[in-house]
Design a protein around this ligand. Structure first.
Ligand SMILES: Cc1cc2nc3c(=O)[nH]c(=O)nc-3n(C[C@H](O)[C@H](O)[C@H](O)COP(=O)(O)OP(=O)(O)OC[C@H]3O[C@@H](n4cnc5c(N)ncnc54)[C@H](O)[C@@H]3O)c2cc1C
Length: 138
């Protein structure tokens, strides 16, 4: 049925990967806490993060904040310049089309200067991220 593929041979069929997730921008805050019931936290792929490390990061943010809430402490937010913070921001900010997100440089805020070389740009973003962690979290 696809033009140009009429003689194609299929060595192996692919696998459809279904992803079930809630409408986090409406339901969760940036600590993965349910807005309507602050005793409930979500973590993992169900929140709209996608992948192993992403799911772990959401669980870590949720767990740190659940403990802090239990102790009567303020929320602990990872800066948006870190991928962990950017993912938490992505799942909790209102948006028209919400779909699962991997860890990637595209979700980080732009650097103040324009850098064409990708390796240099990403290296600066990573450095900025570490500096923000040292400054805001340690
Ligand atoms: C085919 C495939 C390939 C993938 N490849 C990669 C990859 O290469 N790299 C990568 O980073 N990510 C990959 N992923 C995505 C990755 O697997 C998920 O993002 C990650 O495992 C999500 O972790 P999680 O803990 O949120 O959910 P899950 O790992 O799905 O864990 C949820 C758990 O909850 C249990 N559960 C469900 N309902 C109930 C219930 N009612 N009561 C009790 N327990 C329940 C389930 O049995 C399951 O053990 C892949 C996914 C698929 C499907």
């Amino acid at each position: 049925m696809i033009p140009g593929l009429n003689n194609a041979e299929f060595a192996r069929y692919g696998v459809m990967h279904r992803n079930t997730y809630i409408n986090s921008p409406k339901l969760l805050d940036e600590t993965y806490n349910l807005k309507r019931n602050h005793n409930i936290y979500f973590a993992g792929q169900i929140t709209g993060v996608e992948g192993y490390v992403e799911s772990i990061s959401s669980g870590m943010v949720a767990a740190i904040n659940a403990i802090r809430k239990y102790k009567g402490q303020e929320k602990k937010l990872f800066p948006k310049e870190t991928v962990i913070g950017a993912l938490a921001d992505y799942i909790s900010m209102p948006k028209e089309h919400f779909s699962p997100m991997n860890a990637n440089f595209g979700i980080l805020p732009e650097l103040p200067e324009k850098i064409r070389d990708k390796q240099e740009k990403y290296s600066k973003m990573a450095k900025r991220s570490m500096e923000m962690i040292r400054e805001k979290l340690l």
